[in-house]
Design a protein around this ligand. Structure first.
Ligand code: NAD
Ligand code: UDP
Length: 322
């Protein structure tokens, strides 16, 4: 099967994380041999446990900010290593800056050496707290470089710049996906992002805390849709950033209410302080992905949230919390 698309041997950095673990499975299903490098900073072996015995999968406990060595050929590198939850922006600021800068540099150097295609996991955070809504790829963003979110936003913006420099200067085949808020099974209970927090509190029947007045918006997509978009982008000829995200915008208060309803919870909605620089609106303009990749989200948000709630119920029960 790998002969059809040419990606026989693929490295996924951050492959033991939430998105990375879904990506590894998809690449294996497409017939690729998958090498997963992860230092387990925010990822977990439980995300990839069931893959470990396979002859076409290998895991290396590795910090990708260090020199990267891979024996043998590589056809693609998907660089997904990086903490991604705003809760980690204050906890792990240096690690985030290092993996976005040094880690991206090392992964690009390896791509150049191997003649491999390079796909960068970038983010809608590149748009910062945007003045235009929805955000097309041409919008240059409004980021506070010295704010608490700056460590993540600027690391990713640097990573994009470095990726394009390797493309222009060294001819590395580059793809950049700007990922909008994605959720699904294998997000961690203590991840700190809105959906894991809302799910956990709702299932436990505790107060669900919405930051600010809850009017800030995001567009959310189920992880399977994202992975489909990434797979299509990897195989496409399109160079330069591409948004993969839903156009359906929801306020955080409505998202919390939806999660309380679908989990049949008796939790109350309460309000807490809004973190600095929290974007007031965010919504993907996914015209490019629709036109170039023929991609659009297939999983209705409520269906995805129900599948995710099933996962969180089990994860909480396994932890002995319910
Ligand atoms: P995650 O925290 O679950 O996964 C990140 C993985 O990277 C973890 O397994 C972690 O251990 C690993 N990692 C971190 N630093 C590393 C290092 N120096 N060396 C090796 N491994 C390292 O987060 P996620 O939500 O799966 O995000 C994956 C990627 O997608 C990130 O690059 C993130 O910026 C990007 N992204 C995610 C979203 C989203 O909504 N989930 C949105 C935009 C962008
Ligand atoms: N948020 C919230 N309660 C929480 C966690 C997050 O109200 O327990 C808000 C957060 O302030 C932001 C939105 O939900 O406005 C989405 O936050 P998330 O951490 O999921 O990701 P972001 O899109 O901000 O990177």
């Amino acid at each position: 099967m790998a002969e059809q698309h040419g990606f026989r041997r693929v490295l996924v950095t951050g492959g033991a994380g939430f998105i990375g673990s879904h990506l590894c499975r998809r690449l294996l299903a497409e017939g690729c041999e998958v090498l997963c490098f992860d230092n387990l900073l925010t990822g977990h072996m439980s995300n990839i446990d069931e893959l470990l015995g396979r002859p076409d999968f290998s895991f290396e406990h590795y910090d990708v900010t260090n020199y990267l060595y891979v024996d043998g050929p590589l056809d693609a590198i998907l660089h997904f290593a990086s903490p991604a939850s705003p809760a980690d922006f204050e906890r792990l600021p240096i690690q985030i800056l290092k993996v976005g800068s040094l880690g991206t540099h090392k992964a690009l150097g390896l791509a150049k050496a191997k003649g491999a295609r390079f796909l960068l996991a970038s983010t809608s955070e590149c748009y910062g707290d945007p003045e235009v809504n929805p955000q097309p790829e041409t919008y240059l963003g409004r980021v506070n470089p010295v704010g608490i979110r700056g460590v993540y936003d600027e690391a990713k913006r640097f990573a994009e710049a470095m990726t394009m420099a390797y493309h222009r200067h060294h001819g590395v085949e580059a793809r950049i996906v700007r990922i909008f808020n994605t959720f699904g099974p294998r997000m961690q209970i203590d991840d700190g992002r809105a959906i894991p927090n809302f799910m956990t509190k709702a299932i436990l029947g505790e107060d669900v805390v919405v930051y600010g007045d809850g009017s800030q918006t995001r567009s959310i997509q189920f992880v399977d849709d994202l992975v489909e978009g990434i797979w299509r982008l990897l195989r496409s000829d399109y160079v330069g950033p591409m948004n993969i995200g839903s156009q359906a915008e929801i306020s955080m208060a409505d998202l919390a209410r939806t999660i309380i309803r679908i989990t049949e919870s008796r939790s109350e909605l309460v309000f807490g302080p809004l973190p600095a620089d929290d974007p007031k609106v965010r919504r993907a303009d996914n015209t490019l992905a629709r036109e170039i990749l023929g991609w659009e989200p297939q999983v209705p948000p409520e269906e995805g949230l129900r599948m995710t709630a099933d996962y969180f119920r089990k994860a909480l029960a396994d932890r002995g919390s319910t």
